[in-house]
Design a protein around this ligand. Sequence first.
Ligand code: GUN
Ligand code: ZN
Length: 445
Amino acid sequence: PDPSPTPGRHLYRATYLHTPGNPFRDAQVLDVQQDGGLLVEAGRIVQNGDFAALARAHPDAVIHDLRGGVLLPGFVDTHVHYPQVRVLGGLGMPLLEWLDRNTLPEEARFSDALYARTVAQEFLSGLALHGTTTALVFGSHYAGAMEAFFGEAQRSGLRIVAGQVVSDRMLRPELHTTPDAAYREGLALAGRWHGQGRLLYAVTPRFSLSASESILDACAALLRDVPGARFTSHINENLQEIRTVADLFPQARDYLDTYEQAGLLGRRSVLAHNVHPQDRELAHLAAHGCSVAHCPCSNSALGSGFFPLARHVEAGVRVSLGTDVGGGTGFGMLKEGLQAYFMQQLMPGGRPLTPTDLLYLATRAGAEALDLQDVTGDFGVGRSFDAVLLRPAEGTPLGTVLRHAESAERTLAALFAMGGAPDVAQVWVAGDTVHGGPAPVRAPL
Ligand code: GUN
Ligand code: ZN
């Protein structure tokens, strides 16, 4: 059974901030309520606005006093690898060497489903304790490890979109599968988990370097046969990777074309990195309605390059944020936002990012990338109550800065510049506490 929300109406009293629009397109998208209220019923927001007015109108509601902190929509991480928790922090290598030496040997351990289950628990707690409530998760190559993962994801209460990763060349033999098995195992996993509670399935070839045309075709068949499934992979991350993909697909116009020709692109397709795109690729990403998951900590750690955000925005390509654990440096979406800001500050032609842009990128942009904007990503009426309460301890520098902040933008900027897991006081998904706060109220499974 799914975790069921506490019955009745709940009125959350907090200083809350959210971005009910897209700051790359619209003006004035930051909504700030200093003494705000969110009225929640059956895990969904049914009214929002000023606390006092809501309290008068709904005297029956259970009041949750969250003052003394800042309430934000739960973060949405659109690129994060579950089997890479234990290889975080492996600095000093470019992508292909990092995969061979640091990462693929660890991913081979997931043939052991017990090992996989333990790491799945570590991974899901990593998300929750950083305030991430929704994630597009790159899975394991092993069906058994994915079965364990989905089971743990269900128990965690988080919103998880994930799938078995498939490859049929150039990794290491024990990680390879066949087009036939990729389709069959994916269909079985999706049949068991897609649409169950807060879980969705994502068709996930690792990247074109490790995928033959036949296995990409099998992925397209799976995507067709699992209605509502998402698609995710990697693209244009590293120059050596891009050259190898060009050699492997001599008939492709560019890297994107390898996915495009297979019929894998659409409104629910999320491609990670795209650090080195061609103009044609940007135009076609926009035309298909795809999103790009920007992972600035990973791009910096692996030396992949500067992400051309301005070119994406100008071409009309939607961009969200991903931590890319373990190529990145951890689960913190505030840190990821800060690194995105740093990167645009430092690169030639960078697009300056405002605190509102960062909040959007860390929340609503991710919900849009996953086509879950009606469910999560802001505090609009009808959304699920997915939220993170940031409340730094008394006497910490961030606590001091927030007490003296002169505007909501300054508050947001300080949260991104200085905030992290120690400041996350409580996290909710659909009104259920998934981290921190008083004892969880959801039913045991
Ligand atoms: N490209 C293919 N696999 C990976 C991976 O695990 N991490 C990153 N950053 N890029 C990849
Ligand atoms: Zn990745």
